[in-house]
Design a protein around this ligand. Sequence first.
Ligand code: ZN
Length: 355
Amino acid sequence: MRSESLAFLKALANVPSPSGYERGAARLYREYTEPFSDRVSTDVHGNVTAVLNPDAPMKIMLTAHMDEIGFIVHHIGDDGLLYISGIGGHDSVIPVGQRVWVHGKEQVPGVVGSKAIHLLDEEELKKKPKLTDLWVDVGAVSREQIEAVIQLGDVITYQYEFQTLMGDRATARGFDNKAGLFVVAEALRSLSQEGGLHAGVGVYAVASVQEEIGSRGARTAAFGIAPQTGLAVDVGHAIDYPGVSKARHGQLDIGKGPSVSRGPNTNPVVFELLSEAAKAEGVPFQVSVFPSATPTDANAMQLNRGGMAVGLLGVAIRYMHTPCEVLSLTDLQQCARLMAAYCRRVTAETDFTPF
Ligand SMILES: [Zn+2]
């Protein structure tokens, strides 16, 4: 991978961006895409859109969400502890025993506290803790001490940063969906620097907000842009580790290329164009099947205005919504190649109607 691209991916993975608090990720995305876009704008909801050929009649929207799961401070106790709610979907066993950053006036280190095993009664020992049984301890002894630097509504993320592993694998907190955001930026860069877009085709590369709490950013961005077609890219569960069944969940392996979704949430013409593009470019891909609406920005996009022809690309990831998500860097590059190849196949006359 190009060193500037890797540096961008690292910075994205490390910047905190819980839903509603995406400004750090938005700034990185704007700075990275500005040199190769015709226009970059931020809307009132916080979505950032980098555009190529803004006057073209055929508009393709590429989307990845830049928010990540996290926590928010909803109460500061007189005991000096922070009481928290989850932003997005958390498995409550994950936060126990973790170090965190509280993003207050300054970045404050803390730990997630819970009752020690020796103090749990028999019933408690059998159960998972709930998020409401946990708190964040920053070492303060009073509310006043905390309020000098932290206020209600400040957000919290795990102290985990980007790290390469063996081979082409890497781990980070929030690869869901900084990985997808990286793919969108790299696809746009390829279209700008290597060309290949047909005349009359414009590309709107959207870093969307608030996907983890219901695809709220993609919904308003799609309405504002009014594209005819679009691709969302998000992470998908790798079904390649012990205890997960291919018979139940379908197969998805890390390192075997991006996934292309098939099912009612995706347009059949888009699926065909994606398959053809992948074969022509030599991009290996895996088919992911969703029998109904997907829990991604592709759902909000498909239901935009009078309907939109949507495709969904996936990057296989292990341990989703934990601070140590694992993926393949090669998959990211292949996914960006496929996304760009799709855009090059669309013309101003492409008809996405499923006749
Ligand atoms: Zn997620």
